[in-house]
Write a protein that binds this ligand. Structure first.
Ligand SMILES: C[S@@+](CC[C@H](N)C(=O)[O-])C[C@H]1O[C@@H](n2cnc3c(N)ncnc32)[C@H](O)[C@@H]1O
Length: 198
């Protein structure tokens, strides 16, 4: 089968080290290759870019990462390229999971486990980093599971939060013992990096 790729005619640079490009483009950057598809996460949207920029500031070597609303798999692929050793993600859309598996393979990553689900309830254990680039109402509906699944001292990184709801998300997670470390305001959205305290 002949695949088509996202952004066939150009390289999209993201953050300090990454780019999204088709297989035939040579680049000094760390390359992510995404097949053309329906899933969200091409590397252009500001909420994805903002997450990747913050992920680059975290030391992910040997760390575990949970990716809620994995979409194209772009954040999980970045986590893998940054050295994370266990990456679990899920999405409500079956096509997203199919595309994520394809994109992980195109991007030469082998440690992303992903499945169709609309909730993290079945997930066991704890993660060093929990990612969720998703609307704030969904983040809030999952707040207790996010708290349960984040290790003490670990990070929760949220993007896609509508700007008017930024402080509500901040308050909800502070009540759960998280401390806000970074807050990036984009056009209509915000990105929040929390660290879970004792
Ligand atoms: C904004 S996209 C983020 C995609 C990718 N993680 C990124 O950062 O570019 C949000 C994703 O969450 C998924 N989603 C929406 N509601 C969900 C739910 N309740 N559980 C799991 N995934 C959900 C959507 O299908 C979509 O793929």
């Amino acid at each position: 089968m002949e695949w088509r790729f996202k952004n066939e005619d150009k390289i999209i640079e993201i953050g300090k080290n990454f780019c999204v490009a088709p297989p035939w483009h040579n680049t000094d950057k760390i390359k992510i290759t995404l097949a053309s598809g329906k899933s969200f996460g091409t590397g252009v949207h500001e909420t994805t870019v903002s997450c990747i920029e913050i992920m680059e500031t975290l030391d992910l070597k040997g760390k575990s990462v949970l990716d809620i609303g994995i979409g194209s798999g772009i954040l999980s692929i970045v986590a893998s390229k940054l050295g994370a050793n266990r990456i679990v993600g899920f999405d409500i859309e079956k096509f997203a999971i199919e595309e994520c598996i394809k994109n992980a393979s195109l991007s030469n990553t082998k440690n992303i486990e992903c499945f169709v689900s609309n909730t993290p309830k079945s997930i066991k254990g704890q993660f060093d980093v929990v990612l969720a680039n998703i609307f704030e109402d969904i983040i809030i509906s999952m707040k207790d599971d996010i708290a349960r699944l984040t290790k003490t001292g670990g990070y929760a990184l949220f993007s896609g939060v509508i700007i008017e709801e930024n402080f509500m998300v901040q308050r909800v997670f502070e009540r759960l013992g998280f401390k806000l470390l970074k807050n990036v305001f984009l056009n209509d959205y915000t990105t929040l990096l929390f660290q879970k305290g004792d």
